[in-house]
Design a protein around this ligand. Structure first.
Ligand code: BGC
Length: 767
């Protein structure tokens, strides 16, 4: 019989029912929360903040809860009725508390001056920005960095981004994105840590710590923002902004853990999102924001809406109009309105009419002011405005060195048949083919709003110092045309074959062909979903023709999501996953191709065989028809295998690692697992040792594999190391459908290896 040993009530879904069951339902379209029943909860404050709140008019309070985009560089649709003069006046009169998309000391100083010198209470603005991977010096996209599995390097990368951003006046980043990404069609998987809640929690916490450091009031740290709360990654069909539909068990066990880890790491702000959860837009979702985040988790920072997401509740069919949306959002716990202008327009009247309680506004304002205080803005509103620091940080050599370090660590070697790689530096007649090889812009990736265009080292530039005149370049197909930019759609060429013949002719007379192919940096990211995840345009056709004349191909991939690469895997001997690696991309790629760095990255997302397998992830549930029981009636496709092309955790090295069988020793709360890893090849290298478990029978079915530990080790050729993992309550439990964390006795499988498929296994019983 199963016995519950631990019952740690971390989340409480029951509250959801209680609060929602008490709501009044009117005859109108949506359930109107009764503001008399909603309590703000308590957070710790201080005399300074409380006396400030006591002096504020309702308009000034709403001002603190209002965020405007910079008047210069919007990342979304600018409201039709917004004009610059009105916006300046709003800042001067204290009707704005925060700005986003302002990115120089000069502009921050100018706007801050308007706020502190003109508004009645002189409250400083907080400046937010999407500092997603590096700032002026672009670091690898977050999905790529996650492939490093190197928490220290990831934390350092976030800390560097914070230093750079803080130096241009920014106090707050809208990162890390903690949405679990299992659907490669969704363009925003590039912004996250991949498919796994365990890895996602560790990386999310590392990023929060990196951005915020130990001292938030230092002018080189900034507040972080856990986004998008919650479930945005479950967007149906992988189409951005689409509705989501996932169950309670998925919510608690997959979606929420990275957010809880961010709270535990001290994250100062949260952002809600565009999606709904159980039919309630998350921006208006009282359960998620008030009950769970601010209640159960005792989060004491503030929640900003996503861009226009308060107003979008009207389009969702949840709010009747913008005013109703403002009412739903404040009552649900959204503290700051990003670009819906709903709070500014309607909150004072809603308070007057008793539809929004003043206590809720006070709570929101208190949270916002406390973060401003922690950032040091009340002591010195210009703390982050220092032109000398701004100049010093631009192009900083140490940050570039760190960006190169993590770029190398992010590269994943997918295939290396016959040890084609590393290439010899004395190689002659090398063809380099593909438009992406010359691009100094695409490697910067999506969400690089702080970086200047064309500031990446291209692949050609990276190879030049090594190959010099031994290298000849042909663009081949013109992959894309149009304006490269955050708000533009790139046109992908599908009918211009003009360059293919020249590329093939070059390949024919070369000893080796390096083909750089994949997606342009702006083909992933927000609003960039794809239904076809093969190599875009005519790239595959070109590859096939090259292969017909010269099979010695090294395929260097640039992409922001898993791609469908079945043909490439079958036909190309060496494949290097090089994502969008940021400013130092070309050097990192050259280092790996010529063996100056031995690749060590491991995939944070499954690469499917076909888009038809998507969402593809390793932590699936076992079905009743999991094994091939007969020819037809089992859970499978009739055209392809169920297995992925490249599994989660996978990545090769120029050396090989052998794993011993795991030694499993029972402990009081579970087991300790030791494994000895030997570098059995000829060169030194890093290996990410991974531990997975399977709870064989539980009161709620558990995935067939769950990552529960990993360690990145360095082994000299011939050396070995024993790695020990502890499996205790924290690793062996799960959340039940009431949001309670439970640990159950019973049988567990233990799997250890260098990816989630090639493992050595054992088992134990917890009793
Ligand atoms: C995105 C957010 C981002 C915000 C501000 C929205 O469209 O969903 O992730 O932080 O814009 O740029």
């Amino acid at each position: 019989m199963r016995m519950k040993l631990g019952l740690l009530t971390l989340f409480c879904g029951v509250i959801f029912c209680l609060t929602n069951c008490n709501k009044q339902v009117t005859t109108a379209t949506a359930a109107l929360p009764s503001s008399t029943e909603i309590q703000p909860g308590t957070i710790e404050s201080n005399d300074f903040i409380e006396s400030l709140i006591a002096k504020m008019t309702v308009e000034e309070k709403v001002g603190q809860m209002t965020q405007y985009t910079g008047f210069f560089d919007p990342t979304g649709p600018v409201p039709k009725d917004g004009n610059i003069k009105e916006k300046y006046d709003a800042v001067k009169s204290g009707r704005v508390g925060s700005m986003l998309n302002v990115k120089t000391v000069k502009d921050v100083r100018a706007l801050q001056k308007l706020a502190v010198e003109n508004s009645r209470l002189g409250i400083p603005l907080i400046f937010g920005f999407d500092v997603i991977h590096g700032h002026k010096i672009s670091a690898p996209i977050p999905l790529a960095e996650s492939a490093s599995w190197d928490l220290e390097a990831i934390e350092k990368s976030a800390a560097n981004a914070a230093k750079e951003a803080a130096a241009v006046g920014i106090n707050w980043t809208f990162a890390p994105m903690l949405d679990i990404g299992r659907d490669a069609r969704w363009g925003r998987v590039m912004e996250g840590a991949g498919e796994d809640p365990y890895l996602g929690s560790k990386i999310g916490a590392a990023r929060v710590k990196g951005f915020q450091g130990d001292d938030l009031s230092s002018p080189s740290t900034i507040a972080a923002c856990a986004k998008h709360f919650a479930g945005y990654g479950y967007t149906e069909d992988g189409r951005d902004y689409n509705t989501t539909d996932f169950g309670t068990s998925t919510l608690y066990n997959v979606v929420l853990p990275p957010f809880k880890a961010a709270v535990d790491a001290g994250v100062q702000t949260f952002m809600n999102g565009f999606n709904d959860y159980n039919g309630i837009p998350v921006t208006g979702n009282e359960f998620l924001q008030r009950d769970l985040l601010k209640g159960q988790w005792e989060f004491d920072g503030f929640i900003v809406s996503d861009w226009g997401s308060i107003g979008e509740m009207v389009a969702h069919g949840y709010a009747e109009d913008n005013k109703h949306a403002a009412e739903l959002a404040i009552n649900a716990g959204s503290d700051m309105d990003m670009e819906s202008y709903a709070y500014q327009a309607h909150l004072p009247k809603l308070v007057e009419d008793g539809k929004a309680k003043m206590e809720l506004l006070d709570d929101a304002v208190r949270r916002i002011l406390l973060v401003k205080q922690k950032l040091g803005l009340f002591d010195d509103p210009y703390l982050y405005c220092n032109e000398e620091r701004e100049a010093e940080m631009a192009n900083n050599q140490q940050i570039k060195d760190d960006a190169l370090d993590i770029a190398r660590k992010s590269i994943v070697l997918l295939k290396n048949e016959g040890n084609v790689l590393p290439l010899s530096k004395s190689i002659k007649k090398v063809a380099v083919i593909g438009q992406l090889a010359e691009s100094k812009n695409s490697p910067l990736g999506s969400w690089r709003l702080g970086a200047e265009d064309d500031t990446a080292i291209s692949v050609l530039e990276g190879l030049e110092p090594i190959l010099g005149s031994n290298m000849t370049y042909q663009r081949g197909v013109e992959l894309y045309s149009g304006v490269e930019g955050f708000v533009n759609e790139l046109a992908i060429n599908t009918d211009d074959r003009a360059g293919i013949d020249q590329a093939v002719a070059l390949a024919k007379k070369s000893d080796i062909v390096i083909v750089v192919a994949g997606e342009h940096g702006y083909q992933s990211g927000e609003g960039r979903s794809r239904s076809d995840i093969t190599l875009p345009g005519l790239q595959k056709e070109m590859l096939m023709k090259i292969k017909a004349v010269n099979p010695n191909i090294v395929l260097v991939l640039n992409n922001g999501r898993p791609l469908e690469l079945s043909w490439e895997d079958e036909n190309i001997p060496a494949i290097v996953e090089a994502w969008q690696l940021g400013a130092m991309a070309g050097n990192a790629i050259a280092d790996v191709l010529f063996g100056d760095y031995n690749p060590s990255g491991k995939l944070p997302m499954t690469f499917p065989r076909s888009v038809g397998q998507v969402p593809a992830y390793y932590g699936v549930k076992s079905t009743g028809r999991g094994d091939a029981i007969d020819l037809v009636f089992w859970s499978h496709y009739s055209d392809i295998s169920n297995t992925p092309l490249y599994p989660f955790g996978y990545g090769l090295s120029y050396t090989t690692f052998d794993y011993s069988a795991p030694q499993v020793t029972p402990t009081a709360s579970g087991a300790s697992v030791s494994v000895t890893v030997v570098n059995s090849g000829k060169v030194d290298g890093h290996e990410v040792v991974q531990l997975y478990i399977r709870d064989k029978a539980a009161s709620i079915t558990r995935p067939v594999k769950e990552l529960k530990g990993f360690e990145k080790i360095f082994l000299k050729a011939g050396a070995s190391q024993t790695v020990t993992f502890n499996l205790g309550d924290e690793e062996l439990g799960f959340f039940n459908n009431d949001g309670e964390y439970i640990v159950e006795d019973g049988a567990f499988d233990v799997m250890v290896g260098g990816n989630c498929v090639d493992t050595k296994n054992d088992k134990f019983t917890r009793d």
